[in-house]
Design a protein around this ligand. Structure first.
Ligand code: ATP
Length: 351
């Protein structure tokens, strides 16, 4: 099988299980994110793939070759860490071609490669500069160029953009993705930022407590989260406790709501959680009658220009609705309103 396979990979540090029985296949050329909260094991999983940690159990296979016992320098992997770890006393070009030098490449060959790579990361003409003379974003590009110098089969990035300010970070996300598409290199990035994962990846691996919760295309996970944890971690969601009723209906408080479907293995009367994305929720003045609506009172309106969020207290429930400025509901703090949860947008999950 081509690409990267993780077979029953586990890693324990004494009593702590950092990674538990993970099985994954990442086809060649894909861009994949490991996404999850702090401590869920994503960095450990990346370090296992890189050979910087030794697995307690399981196998790591790249294009059919078992890498499990192979040292890092023989895995043909390029890595970028959050810290970048550039050498401050070397020039940009020397940093980029450091590993080529170790392998005995001559000065002219190294210079040519450094210039090519700087062109690739859109930073031409700076090979002779000192690292200290570069901005944060430029250093980021140098670290990326260095990781790509030996044409690795796998490109691994551990929170590489987290030190950048928000705007530059978003620019670099797009740039990194475009670069990866041009090179077609299998890439894995570790991040705890769901927006970053969704921007860049073909597939997102959502992890919690040492395990994979769900793997899939960003929009597939967003639209069909496998659990309340995933629904909350990927974007924001209104998570509403409910009871499964007949067919595709649920009971919320004393009312019956139609939904988009029933989870497997839940019988009528079972506890469930209904996930509804804020952008799918509609808010109407209190006179707006219709199905799948709750009564509520507006508690807060957040208008940030590009979007308007309306917070509504419906009894004990706090529901958030999000709209574009063009579609914003004509309601204000303190107004009594109706909140509609459209049936097809109600994703029912096991409690
Ligand atoms: P973060 O986003 O905070 O970096 P993470 O998801 O990358 O978190 P890991 O760094 O992989 O999580 O850590 C997973 C678990 O393994 C944590 O409980 C952590 O404390 C533990 N752990 C990681 N490295 C070691 C180590 N060298 N020795 C002992 N425990 C470790």
């Amino acid at each position: 099988m081509s690409g990267l396979e993780l077979r029953d990979i586990s890693k324990r540090f004494g009593p702590v299980t950092a990674v538990a029985d993970i099985n994954l296949h990442i086809p060649e050329g894909r861009f994949v994110s490991f996404l999850g909260p702090s401590g869920c094991g994503k960095t450990t999983l990346l370090r296992l793939i890189a050979g910087l940690e030794t697995a307690t159990a399981g196998h790591i296979v790249l294009d059919g070759e078992d890498l499990t016992d192979r040292p890092t320098h023989r895995r043909n992997i390029g890595m970028v860490f959050q810290s970048l770890a550039l050498f401050p006393h070397l020039s940009v070009g020397e940093n980029i071609t450091y590993s080529q030098k170790i392998r005995g490449a001559g000065r002219a060959e190294r210079r040519k490669r450094a210039d090519e790579l700087l062109e690739l990361v859109r930073l031409p003409g700076v090979a002779d500069r000192n690292i200290a003379q570069l901005s944060g974003g430029q250093r980021q590009r140098v670290a990326i160029a260095r990781a790509l110098a030996l044409e690795p089969k796998l490109f691994l990035l551990d929170e590489p953009l987290s030190a950048l300010d928000a705007k530059l970070r978003e620019e670099m996300q797009v740039e990194l993705r475009m670069l990866q598409e041009r090179l077609g290199i299998t890439t894995i990035i570790v991040t705890h930022d769901q927006r970053e994962a969704m921007t860049m990846s073909d597939e997102v691996v959502v992890m919690s407590t040492a395990r994979v919760q769900q793997m899939g295309a960003p929009l597939e996970i967003y639209r069909n989260p496998a659990s309340a944890f995933v629904a909350e971690f990927i974007g924001t969601s209104n998570l509403i406790e409910a009871r499964q009723a007949d067919g595709d209906s649920v009971r919320i408080g004393g009312q019956t709501f139609r939904t988009g479907g029933k989870p497997d293995g839940v019988a009528a009367g079972g506890d469930v959680v209904v996930s509804v994305r804020p952008e799918d929720v509609h808010v109407f003045p209190a006179s707006g009658e219709g199905p799948n609506r709750l009564d509520g009172t507006v508690t807060f309106v957040r208008d940030v220009g590009a979007s308007v969020e309306t917070f509504v207290a419906c009894g004990d429930l706090q529901i958030v609705a999000m709209a574009t400025p063009k579609d914003r509901p004509d309601v204000h703090k303190g107004d009594d309103v109706k909140v509609e949860l459209p049936a097809e947008c109600c994703v029912v999950l096991k409690a």
